[in-house]
Design a protein around this ligand. Sequence first.
Ligand code: NAI
Ligand SMILES: Cc1ncc(C=O)c(C(=O)O)c1O
Length: 310
Amino acid sequence: MTIPKTSAVIGSGTMGPGIAALLARYGSTVRLNDISEEALTRAETACSGASAVLDQLQIPTVPGGSVSYELDLTAALDGADFVIEAVPETIELKKSVLAQIEAAVATDVVIATNTSGIPITDMAASMAHPERFIGMHWSNPPHLIPMIEVIRGDQTSTEVETALVEIVRAFGYEAVVEKEIPGFIENRVLYAIMRECLSLLEQGVATQEDLDTCVKWGIGYKLAVIGPMRLLDMAGLDIYTSVSSYLNPDLSKESGISPLVRELTEQNRLGMKTEDGMYPYGEGDVAAKRADILRGLVTVRKALSEIKPV
Ligand SMILES: NC(=O)C1=CN([C@@H]2O[C@H](COP(=O)(O)OP(=O)(O)OC[C@H]3O[C@@H](n4cnc5c(N)ncnc54)[C@H](O)[C@@H]3O)[C@@H](O)[C@H]2O)C=CC1
Ligand SMILES: Cc1ncc(C=O)c(C(=O)O)c1O
């Protein structure tokens, strides 16, 4: 399967619009669905923004693509030959949405989930046709980060995995085909970084600003060019041995949710979407920060595309 002719994206929050805009850019007729009318209204602006970013990346437009906005799930799924589920990260909700999707589409339609790390086999437990179900984990913002994790469940067919890898590569993205493990690879690594940062913040060792500066320049900039396995070779395995012998026992072992994040979440301080979170945001700050982030990601992606991969 190359780019699907007709796609449905279910869930139109942070991730859905960018996914829909990219599929449409590559010629798919996309129906973007949400239970919230407000989310669909916001999605129209988000899709236009994503499309403008794709213009800046000079991604050519394949004729015939479009995004339409559907409150009705059955209408969104009508005639779809590819479905991506992107509703909130709770297994009960995802299983119930999958049951509704399966009831509305033909048995051979590929259904992918953008879960951040719920095991695919667990999500597929009550599906009638789990062989067509697969993990397709995009990174945020999905129209910009050119890598997608592809994760099979126990019952996913090889044909479906092959078809999904073809779709990912047709976007010009890297497909990383992985074994099933909670959080997959990306979020296991990202959440290790976030756990340590939150622990340092909670202990009063560093401020948000210090953590962001240190990770962006000391780690992020470097890791964008040299992956962590190659970095071990660059640093020297003897150095890693010496440092990890005293450092690893001292790193955060927090197995629950960070108390600070729990408190902010209980206060509905969820970050940019509520204009308050790890940082406060004044009038107009969120829009300005989002624009800065997109500009930065476009610039860095262009630069990275010009260097030899290490
Ligand atoms: N936010 C992120 O950075 C990333 C999130 N993900 C994953 O993608 C999925 C979606 O995440 P976000 O877009 O951040 O969530 P979100 O909370 O921003 O958006 C989810 C949307 O789904 C809608 N929704 C809820 N129930 C629905 C239903 N029954 N049918 C249709 N729509 C429904 C909500 O109204 C909301 O607009 C989650 O599984 C998340 O873990 C994956 C990669 C990155
Ligand atoms: C905090 C956080 N959690 C999950 C994901 C992806 O699943 C992301 C991301 O893609 O950036 C994230 O930032």
